[in-house]
Structure formats: C-alpha cells, structure tokens
Design a binder for this molecule. Structure first.
Ligand SMILES: [Zn+2]
Length: 93
C-alpha cells in the first residue's frame, strides 16, 4: 500500500527506496556547504541500515552523488549525525 503523502527517495548505498522520513539527507547547500537534513542544493540520501552508513565507501559514494569533495573530517560529522539520527524508540538500545 502506498501512502499519498510519503515521499520516496533512494539510498545511495543499497539503492533501495524508502520514505524520506527514514533517510538521512545530505545536501550540498549553495551557501552553507555540506549540511544534514535540510538545505537547498544537490542532495543524497542514506538509509539507517548499518550496512549502508558504515559502508567504507560511503564517502566516495557521497562525493560522487553530490559531485563535490568532502573534507577528511566529514566522516566524523557524518557519524555524529547518524548516531543522533539513528535514535529511535524502537531501536532497543
Ligand atoms: Zn541503504
């Protein structure tokens, strides 16, 4: 069943499509540079499966998707975003 209001986006790692609410959005904002969940510009989405966000090639995939160079510290920021984003009550930690 497809809900009318859900926006589907593709995870750049596993290539499955998910509801946007369940994806981490990474945007290359025109003014702000690389930002998460918001912003205007070229965007990529990553799902919350560990396989995808902890993919060793994720930075390369993002660079390709966003057509930009990501700073070496990007992964640190990304991991922080993922850990706060990944907090869901049903996760059972
Ligand atoms: Zn994925």
């Amino acid at each position: 069943m497809i809900q009318k209001n859900s926006v589907m986006r593709r995870c750049i790692s596993c290539r499955n499509t998910y509801d946007r609410k369940n994806l981490l959005k990474i945007t290359k904002d025109h003014k702000l540079g690389i930002i998460f969940q918001t912003g205007m510009g070229r965007s990529a989405y990553i799902c919350k499966s560990k396989k995808c966000y902890s993919d060793s090639k994720i930075k390369k995939k993002l660079q390709k998707a966003l057509k930009t160079y990501l700073e070496p510290n990007f992964i640190d920021i990304f991991e922080k975003e993922i850990s706060s984003f990944n907090y869901f009550p049903n996760k059972g930690i």
